[in-house]
Design a protein around this ligand. Structure first.
Ligand code: KG4
Ligand code: ZN
Length: 336
């Protein structure tokens, strides 16, 4: 089964063609970072306008890369939510139009399920059930995953998502957007123990997260400093971001391992843009191996938004005969 997958939930226009939900024939992503950079975050109106410009060239490129004509596609998978409604609507309307015009089966996919499915693009995927951590710009959630379509949410952020915290701290220090990859790089030469930022754990047994207090602690640190951030010596910037990153990672690792222990599961899957973070990948593997747990993390390009992961989940549903009607709508929030 050859599936065309389309993803436009935030600021990346993505299209991919997958064979039997596993083999990537093409996977194209057009990033809008250069557009949103000067605002330090995604501007929804600009994001949807850019999707309109990019959707046809990106889908065309994906089909060309797969060496297939649209009529040779067996089904279409498209992100239906959660995300920015104006952005989702572009990919969704386009997918519905070609499904109608070419009489192809269509299925709407939950973006978070897409992230959790990205690991099946890798060579040695995990067996169900496993613990799935989704950490991105919009989400920080822990799930027990018993199969495609079988998710039990164990915890989620009560305020900011982890990626959002990375982006806000980078903006505060004038480092650029998106903040995650910049902080990841700068932290390598910083001292993670230089500043002891709080590790918000909420109640002892809670698997929920909270990152707004940590963000405020960084804001207060910057305010208490006699100079503005643009005059900080490079070493101070590196130490602030490295200490901040350490606090985020400490909490993510601790709670994910606790979830595995609570659920008596041996496998952990990381996903979402923040799972591209090199220190998080390393620390999760180290601490999990002490507990004899196996950690599975997609390659960084499958962690950040892409259409291939939407194709993996879409395939599972199309294969089972599931179809979405042409009345399919976009949703800013869409629980799994
Ligand atoms: O999954 P994603 O591409 O989009 C959403 O669904 O939100 O995630 C984007 C988020 C951004 O907040 C970005 O700063 C963060 O993932 N991110 C990272 C890294 N790469 C991307 N955070 C930490 N370290 C990274 N290397
Ligand atoms: Zn995402």
């Amino acid at each position: 089964m050859r599936i065309l997958a389309i993803e436009t939930s935030c600021d990346d226009t993505g299209a991919a063609v997958l064979l039997d939900g596993r083999k990537i024939l093409s996977n194209v992503v057009s990033s809008q970072n250069s557009i949103h950079q000067k605002y330090g975050g995604v501007v929804p109106e600009l994001a949807s306008r850019r999707h309109i410009e990019m959707i046809v060239p990106i889908v065309t490129e994906a089909l060309k890369g797969a060496n297939l004509a649209l009529k040779e596609i067996d089904g279409i998978a498209v992100t239906q939510g959660p995300g920015l409604v104006g952005s989702i609507l572009i990919g969704l309307s386009f997918a519905k139009s070609i499904a109608f015009a070419m009489a192809k089966p269509l299925v709407g996919v939950n973006h978070v399920e897409g992230h959790l499915s990205a690991i099946f693009l890798e060579k040695n995927p995990p067996r169900f059930p496993f613990i799935g951590l989704v950490v991105s710009g919009g989400h920080t959630s822990l799930f027990r995953v018993d199969g495609f379509g079988k998710y039990k949410r164990l915890g989620q952020t009560r305020d900011d998502a982890a990626g959002e915290a990375f982006d806000k701290v980078a903006k505060l220090l004038g480092l650029g957007y998106p903040g995650g990859p910049i902080i990841d790089e700068l932290s390598k030469k910083g001292n993670p123990k230089a500043i002891r930022f709080p590790r918000p754990s909420l109640s002892k047994n809670s698997l929920d997260f909270s990152f707004s207090g940590l963000k405020t602690a960084v804001v207060n640190y910057v305010k208490s400093h006699p100079e503005p951030p643009e005059r900080y010596p490079e070493e101070l910037v590196r130490n602030i971001v490295s200490s901040f990153q350490e606090a985020v990672i400490d909490v993510l690792v601790k709670k994910t391992i606790r979830a595995a222990r609570d659920q008596k599961l041996k496998g952990i899957v990381l996903s979402g843009g923040v799972a591209a973070n090199q220190h998080l990948r390393q620390k999760m593997k180290e601490e999990a191996s002490e507990e004899r747990l196996s950690v599975y993390i997609p390659s960084p390009s499958f962690c950040t938004d892409n259409a291939a992961m939407i194709g993996v989940a879409g395939y599972e549903y199309l294969k089972r005969g599931m179809r979405s009607p042409l009345s399919l709508n976009a949703f800013s929030s869409l629980p799994l």
